[in-house]
Design a binder for this molecule. Structure first.
Ligand SMILES: [Zn+2]
Length: 193
């Protein structure tokens, strides 16, 4: 009986530390379906900038497809599509969740859809770089020219089955990926100005 109890405690700790789902405080931020636009975390507020400057944690396979994950994607999409404050990409830390999840508008695809990328990383940057104007939903009322690679090789986990996917992305969409993945490492475009 005692042995069983220990095993239960051990497996509970094990699950919550590495298999687990979202924490209670993360679930509170994610909220419920239909709640729509999430509050944006900005550098204007010191406690929010502190979170924006963290290296975000990976999502685990067991988070994919949960109702929390689906609600988070739904609400991040509503946030980046806010007609009063539209963006072309958004990273989870910008809505207060220090997790490695981004949505990017695919200007390189028919219909320019937003797509989600789990644990994305850039494994190759082109040597060719160009300056382009950038702004950020977390840095209100500012813009500036940033030098970025014109082409990248991206690696991420599929938001459907967590399988590892690689693809080459070019042009403005590649710039958006560089900006959003910087967010996951606590880097903001103003750091380059
Ligand atoms: Zn940004």
């Amino acid at each position: 009986m005692r042995k069983l109890l220990y095993m239960t405690i051990f497996s509970t700790i094990f699950l919550s530390s590495c298999g687990g789902g979202f924490s209670d405080s993360e679930r509170e931020i994610i909220g419920n379906s239909g709640e729509g636009i999430m509050p944006l975390w900005t550098v204007d507020i010191p406690e929010e900038e502190e979170l924006l400057r963290l290296k975000a944690e990976p999502l685990t396979a067991s988070m994919i497809g949960t109702s929390e994950f689906n609600v988070l994607c739904e609400r991040m999409l509503a946030t980046v599509n806010d007609p009063d404050n539209e963006g072309v990409g958004i990273a989870a830390p910008q809505v207060g969740l220090s997790r490695r999840l981004v949505a990017v508008q695919r200007f390189d695809k028919e219909g320019e859809p937003f797509e989600f990328f789990v644990n994305p990383e850039i494994v190759e940057f082109s040597e060719e770089r160009e300056y382009g104007s950038e702004g950020c939903l977390s840095v209100p009322d500012m813009s500036g020219d940033v030098l970025r690679s014109t082409s990248i090789r991206l690696r991420y986990n599929s938001p459907v089955d967590f399988s590892v996917v690689e693809e080459v992305v070019e042009g403005f969409t590649a710039v958006i990926f560089q900006h959003e993945i910087d967010h996951l490492n606590g880097v903001l475009y103003i750091d380059y100005l």
